[in-house]
Write a protein that binds this ligand. Structure first.
Ligand code: SF4
Length: 463
């Protein structure tokens, strides 16, 4: 699948996709605006401040909270597995599946497992791993990556889903969304009942109780974590929060920022396997804590703020760039403003040097972020890193030279005036052949005034 420039061009040329993107993100954006309005949530700004402080405190004391969470999970009969990267997570799951003779895994939506391509790695070893969130199930059938952090199939129409179900599930073509849901439900019920292992993500991991908190709307995460005999929760290290009481802050912000809901439909607190006398729950529970570049980020005081993210997706819905280029134009699974700051930090800035520049720096992302991450500042820091890493690059040398010339022109009145005259005569040609061609293909170039201000000033006899 193409990514980057090629995918951006394809997305911009696809009128249906543009409409789906604009409407899908617009709906989520509008719902959020209503849900956090001052008359609905008067303490919204105070909640954002608290969320930011709580995340900052947790990241600054992560070593302490990691030990605390491990002790509490073990006390409840579970195990904590620390993994450096994706292959270590896959090795753990594969090893456990082999030991327990498991052949089928059900999964609930988890960006962390998408980040490490867990499904693909398990399938390479003939272990069937089925996504059970409807959007995730659809994109798994389509062999695609999530298009959006909270709405993975945001880009697909019901007609495309109907065709996909016919092709992959051999069912009658059905375009009514509720009926499509019932088709998926019938298939997935069987999978839940037959699965040996359930893998979930975690929205929060609570240090003082060892509980994993999972927030969802469909109930599939609850089934994934309770129907199979083994439950594995995979979470990034940044998902820790100190106390269960802190959820009073985060739960008020997450649903509202993601989809405008005061609370998502299901909030599950899971701590350890089923205990004696309990009817439901798994026999074994494992909490996998993933690093995958997070500790490197943590060590950077300026940029560790990126780890505060609670994956609500609000910054995507408001971003003028994401709303045009869509989720599949970004490398990695995290798209939009949050993707533009964490992907380069996980993968290194030289892997995708254009990514921190995929922003207009309008600041809309910062305004809607429930944990107040200063995304524009982080983007600027990353841009500086990209430029530093390209010191010897020809394009970068040309860019520096252009800015030097620009700076000289701005300080030299006769050169500035001459530049104005040249721009006036060359503008029409530049928009046909030159660098402005692409720009004016989407919008109208402003007309250059027939007389410059300096000329008019002189004509009035002023010096
Ligand atoms: S950066 Fe902020 S707005 Fe964007 S997904 Fe993360 S928490 Fe939400």
């Amino acid at each position: 699948m193409p990514v980057g420039q090629e995918k951006i061009k394809l997305t911009l040329q696809d009128a249906n996709l543009q409409l789906a993107l604009y409407n899908g993100t617009g709906r989520l954006k509008d719902k959020r605006t209503v849900a956090v309005a001052p008359d609905v949530l008067p303490d919204y700004q105070e909640l954002r401040d608290s969320a930011n402080q709580l995340k900052r405190h947790t990241m600054e004391n992560l070593d302490y909270y990691l030990q605390q969470v491990e002790a509490n999970v073990v006390a409840h009969g579970g195990k904590v597995i620390f993994c450096k990267d994706g292959p270590e997570v896959a090795d753990f799951v594969l090893g456990l599946a082999k030991e327990r003779k498991a052949s089928l895994i059900v999964k609930s939506k988890s960006m962390t497992t998408e980040e490490i391509d867990l499904n693909e790695k398990l399938e390479e070893h003939d272990l069937e791993s089925v996504e059970t969130d409807l959007g995730e199930y659809i994109i798994q059938l389509a062999h695609e990556k999530p298009y959006h952090i909270v709405a993975p199939a945001l880009h697909m129409t019901r007609h495309q889903v109907a065709d996909l179900f016919v092709k992959k599930l051999g069912v009658e073509r059905e375009i009514v969304i509720e009926k499509q849901t019932m088709i998926a439900r019938r298939v997935l019920r069987e999978k839940f009942l037959a699965a040996d292992i359930g893998i979930t993500g975690a929205n929060f991991v609570v240090a003082d109780s060892g509980a994993v908190v999972i927030i969802e709307n469909e109930g599939n995460a609850r089934l994934t974590s309770s129907a199979p005999r083994i439950h594995i929760a995979v979470a990034g290290l940044e998902k820790l929060i100190p106390r269960a009481a802190d959820l009073a802050v985060f739960l008020k912000l997450l649903g509202r920022s993601a989809s405008g809901q005061p609370l998502s439909v299901y909030t599950s607190f899971l701590s350890g396997p089923r205990r004696e006398g309990e009817q439901d729950g798994p026999e074994e529970f494992y909490l996998v804590l993933l690093d995958n570049g997070r500790t490197r980020l943590l060590a950077d005081r300026e940029k560790r703020e990126s780890l505060f993210c609670i994956r609500c997706g609000a910054c995507l819905n408001t971003c003028p760039v994401y709303r045009k280029i869509g989720g599949h134009s970004y490398p990695g699974v995290y798209s939009g403003p949050i993707g533009a700051i964490i992907t380069p930090q996980y993968q290194g800035v030289s892997a995708n040097p254009w990514l921190p520049f995929a922003s207009s720096l309008c600041g809309a992302c910062k305004d809607v972020c429930p944990v107040k991450i200063d995304i524009p500042r982080l983007l600027l820091d990353l841009r500086s890193e990209v430029i530093e890493s390209q010191q010897s690059d020809v394009q970068s040398r040309m860019e520096r030279l252009s800015f030097k010339v620009w700076s000289w022109v701005m300080r030299t009145p006769w050169a500035y005036e001459f530049g104005g005259i040249m721009a006036q005569s060359l503008m029409p040609l530049a928009s046909i052949f030159g660098p402005l061609k692409a720009w004016v293909s989407q919008r109208e170039a402003p007309e250059i005034a027939p007389k410059s201000f300096r000329k008019m000033w002189r004509e009035r006899g002023r010096k």
